[in-house]
Ligand binder design. Structure first.
Ligand code: GAL
Length: 679
């Protein structure tokens, strides 16, 4: 399958630029005009404006001040620079909180926050929604038709929850419409346990360490509600700008796979374009390759949310300022990281930030224009050089598609459920870890992979991997059953299909609810291993370590591929496969090291003839991936080692930047990327 659509139709180019905060510099007119000169020198074609500018847009209630922004947008546009315009709800002016204290969040201990910081509004507050609607509408009326404005940047990094009375009330209403009656809710939440049966809706309170934290269904529904309410808030923001001018697309900046406080799959569906902020921790000793893999996984997830290219909304040109140790990006690293984002479907390289702030919390976060205020810095030169390359590549890459035959299911609700499940391993069920391990083979071998959740259509894939899918959300069993029956290959692991979507355990031995008909087995018990304790198994003559969880299973038709080597369950199945309809379902009954997943996926990929980025021997520390351009396969090669790497290729390729024909060997200097197309 192929997805191909422009993220910013009004300006169909790879975007290069980022967060720009001229409101911090209004008393420095020379700085503002110098910025335009420097942006042009840095090959910047787009800036994100107004993200935290509310106090300058509406200094007093209903007194608006747009003249400064008019001038800036006009001047940027005259100089060929486009604008992603933000709604300012990520941070509010003092007057707003003074007049409407309800906009301030209440924590789970019941304390209302004082004014300060950001990303901390109550998303239910009618007053906040109304003030946001007013300012968003004003912005849209004034700027949505401006030729410079190509995209709305809705708020900033939505997240967190609020436990105020307004939220409690809306939560109860949300539950009423979900469950209809307290009887249904009490059953779904198993709240008769410890006599916690609800006898009135008013008794329901958000989960808190001070009160109820033992009802897992409550916890799950609260998290779902927080996503729902955040989306609801976001929709009021979006409808304010869309009602003025519907043609400008909207995005909100997400935070990749590691932020699981909100269900990004649900949120992303409401956006025209997904964008995200990527801040990997580069240059940990010998870890760049692993960090790049995990980063690629996030890029793939962000692309998969809307099944189309996404925007890299923020990354740092060099260092952050919020890690315990904030390291510089070594020469080459910035370009390499940006090219990796583009390789996985990004159509932009946008930075936080263009001009380094002079004071307050982010004064030491790097920027394209540093405190020196000149072009004479290493970071500026690297950014300018990258901008030149992106502009040369834009026509071929922008909007090109990514095709995947493989999907890994990463499900946010499943993560929430496992975090709270109080099950066999409260010391940690490493959901991210197993997702990364399963992804590793495809990433190293340049096989494009989608990262989707249980709500997605799976029928278009040939291989679906559902690691540790503890919670079977309604409908997933039927989807997986049909997928395998129709010829797909499914791989599951230990701790799969244990509970339903309110965290009630499935009853019975071999049942369709647990998908036993598809896997040809069922699980009787699950042993937990101490940290450092292992079991093992032999498959295809090779031995593999197993850890953390070992399921004791009953085959009911599957073929046993490997058995446990030790413990009282020695000789019982450790890995199985079952033919079902036209397809097959593999089950790994434990948690393995990456090697087992890689060997299994290598065998399956060869059998399915899955397309790889390039016909080559890819050395260690090098990754490859591809996008499909207009009749052309665009191959991205990246070397994460400090020293140069040689890739032995079969066939001929063209270096897309130099036009050079490449045969036999492609040499990549340390920390560098190359984009080639198949001849
Ligand atoms: C992001 C945020 C930006 C800036 C940046 C610093 O999470 O959206 O406003 O704070 O981090 O790395």
């Amino acid at each position: 399958m192929s997805y191909h659509k422009a993220a910013t139709p009004k300006f169909p180019h790879i975007l290069h630029g980022g967060d720009y905060n001229p409101e911090q510099w209004l008393n420095y007119p020379d700085v503002l005009s110098e910025d335009i000169r420097l942006m042009k020198l840095a090959n910047i074609n787009c800036v994100s404006l107004g993200i935290f500018a509310w106090a300058h847009l509406e200094p007093e209630k209903d007194k608006f001040s747009f003249e400064w922004l008019d001038k800036i947008i006009d001047r940027l546009y005259e100089n060929g620079i486009h604008v992603i315009l933000a709604t300012p709800s990520g941070s509010r002016p003092h007057w707003l909180a003074d007049e409407y204290p309800e906009v301030l969040r209440v924590n789970e201990g019941g304390q209302r926050a004082l004014y300060g910081n950001r990303h901390n509004h109550c998303y239910t507050s009618p007053a906040y929604r109304e003030r946001v609607r007013i300012i968003n509408t004003k912005l849209a009326e004034r700027y949505a038709s401006h030729p410079a404005v190509i995209l709305w940047h809705i708020s900033n990094e939505y997240g967190g929850d609020c436990h105020c009375e307004l939220c409690q009330q809306v939560f109860r209403d949300w539950l009423k419409s979900k469950y209809g009656s307290l009887d249904v809710l009490n059953h779904a939440w198993w709240s008769n346990f410890w006599s916690h049966t609800y006898t009135s809706w008013e008794q329901i309170h958000s989960p808190t360490g001070l009160g109820e934290s033992a009802i897992h269904g409550l916890d799950l529904d609260w998290k779902r509600f927080v996503t729902h309410q955040t989306i609801d808030f976001m929709k009021t923001e979006i409808s304010a700008v869309r009602s003025v001018e519907p043609s400008v697309p909207v995005t909100a900046n997400l935070m990749g796979i590691y932020n699981y406080f909100l269900d990004y799959y649900a949120l992303g569906k409401e956006l025209d374009v997904v964008s995200w902020d990527s801040y990997p921790e580069w240059h940990l000793p010998n870890r760049n390759f692993e960090v790049a893999r995990n980063e690629s996984l996030s890029h793939d997830m962000m692309r998969s949310v809307k099944q189309r290219s996404f925007l890299l909304m923020e990354c740092t040109p060099s260092t952050t300022n919020w890690r315990s140790i904030s390291k510089l990006k070594k020469p080459g690293m910035h370009e390499l990281a940006v090219m990796n984002a583009i390789a996985h479907g990004a159509d932009s390289a946008l930075y936080f930030q263009l001009r380094q702030s002079r004071g307050s919390a982010e004064k030491f976060h790097s920027a394209v224009i540093s405190h020196t205020g000149t072009e004479n810095t290493r970071v500026f030169r690297e950014v300018a050089e990258l901008g030149k390359k992106l502009s040369a590549l834009s026509e071929k890459i922008y909007g090109s598609s990514t095709d995947s035959d493989v999907a890994i299911i990463f499900d946010t609700e499943n993560k929430w459920a496992m975090d709270k499940c109080q099950g066999p391993r409260n010391a940690g069920l490493d959901y991210f870890g197993i997702i990364q391990s399963c992804y590793d083979y495809f990433w190293r071998n340049g096989i494009n992979t989608d990262i989707v959740d249980s709500t997605y259509d799976l029928s278009k894939y040939r291989l679906v991997i559902a690691p540790m899918l503890y919670m079977f959300r309604a409908g997933i069993q039927e989807k997986l059953r049909r997928f395998v029956a129709d010829g797909g290959i499914l791989v599951t692991t230990a701790f799969s299909g244990v509970v339903n979507d309110t965290d009630l355990c499935f009853l019975g031995e071999a049942t369709e609810e647990k998908l036993s008909d598809v896997t040809g087995m069922w699980v009787e018990e699950t042993d937990s291993l101490y940290d450092g304790e292992n079991n093992s198994m032999v498959w295809n003559g090779k031995s593999y370590w197993l850890r953390e969880l070992c399921e004791l299973v009953h085959p009911t038709g599957c073929e046993v591929l490997a058995e446990y080597d030790s413990d009282f369950y020695k000789g019982t199945p450790a890995m199985t496969v079952n033919r079902f309809g036209k397809g097959r379902a593999y089950h790994i009954c434990s948690i393995a090291d990456t090697g087992l997943y890689s060997d299994l996926f290598a065998e399956i990929s060869a059998e399915l003839g899955l397309e790889k980025a390039i016909d080559a021997d890819i050395p260690d520390n090098v990754s490859a991936s591809y996008r499909n351009g207009d009749g052309e396969k665009l191959v991205f090669l990246q070397n994460y080692a400090d020293s140069s790497a040689e890739i032995k290729i079969r066939g001929e390729y063209t270096d897309m930047l130099t036009g050079e024909t490449l045969r036999d060997v492609i040499t990549l200097p340390g920390l560098s990327a190359k984009i080639v197309s198949e001849v």
